[in-house]
Design a binder for this molecule. Sequence first.
Ligand code: NAD
Length: 327
Amino acid sequence: MNILVTGGAGFIGSNFIHYMLEKHPDDNLINLDLLTYAGNIHNLDDVKDNPHYHFVKGNIVNRELVTHLVHEFNIDHIVNFAAESHVDRSILHPEVFVETNVQGTLALLDVAKKEGIAKFLQVSTDEVYGTLGATGYFTEESPLQPNSPYSASKASADMMVRAYYETYGLNVNITRCSNNYGPYQFPEKLIPLMTSNGMEGKDLPIYGNGKNIRDWLYVSDHCQAIDLVLRNGKPGEVYNVGGHNERTNNEIVHLIVDNLGISEDHIKYVKDRLGHDKRYAIDPTKIETELGWKPEYTFDTGIVKTIDWYKDNETWWKPLKAKAALK
Ligand code: NAD
């Protein structure tokens, strides 16, 4: 396969490129990334000389550039990770999210249609389903009820992807995954922020009462799911991805505090996020039964591996935090 991976310098995209080069050494991966604040080319330093990997700096909204890349590299598959991905930033600047997440996806779909791409895979999120009460799970049939500008932009993109399947017959898939964690996650997100703050002796700020629940998945298990859907997903289908690892934010932060051996006094409860979804939880039965997906990591094994990675890679996250002035 010759795969155009957009947003491949971000957290999940760079993990996906590592995963694919290892798992399918004969595939070619072209990484198109704008290198926004969230993109970090150094995530891929170890593969930059691999002849099956190529990096191009550019914007997914640029149809000419994307068309040129499709021709130059004989692209047959597109996996779209490129996005503005941070909910807090979407509350401050929703327009950037519409530009990249909606217009950008539309531009890629247009090129995919015109150039006869074999499959377009949209990497989406469980946040498009909105929020759950204390019980129940999101299935692929759950209505889209996004609550933040971020999730609204991702839901809009998903609708466009669906429309290109229904209207033009473009072969598409959508994956909707729960919260990811693991190496190379920008330190504004919960687990790397709390781990790095703990290591720096700073406060650990928790929104509201800390009882919001997220379903966590180790990033390489998400990459495995995307790879399976790319190869074997049925045309037009949506696949939910989640590992039944529901944890409150309080549980996560206490686990990090215990692991680092620091005092709980660092935990500070701060004003809740606007429109903060209460609970997300995924039913992954479809991808498990249809495609044989099985996560390798439990939360207990994945979180220790993750915290260890941030302990071992201060030189990776310290400059990012300083540049973004993260507290
Ligand atoms: P990220 O913010 O770490 O990375 C996004 C990447 O996209 C960055 O490298 C950035 O430079 C690039 N980018 C942004 N705008 C671009 C543009 N206009 N053109 C080209 N590149 C651009 O995000 P992530 O956490 O790796 O998430 C990747 C995808 O997975 C997103 O679509 C997100 O919605 C989805 N997702 C994330 C999670 C999660 O927990 N992180 C869970 C489910 C789904």
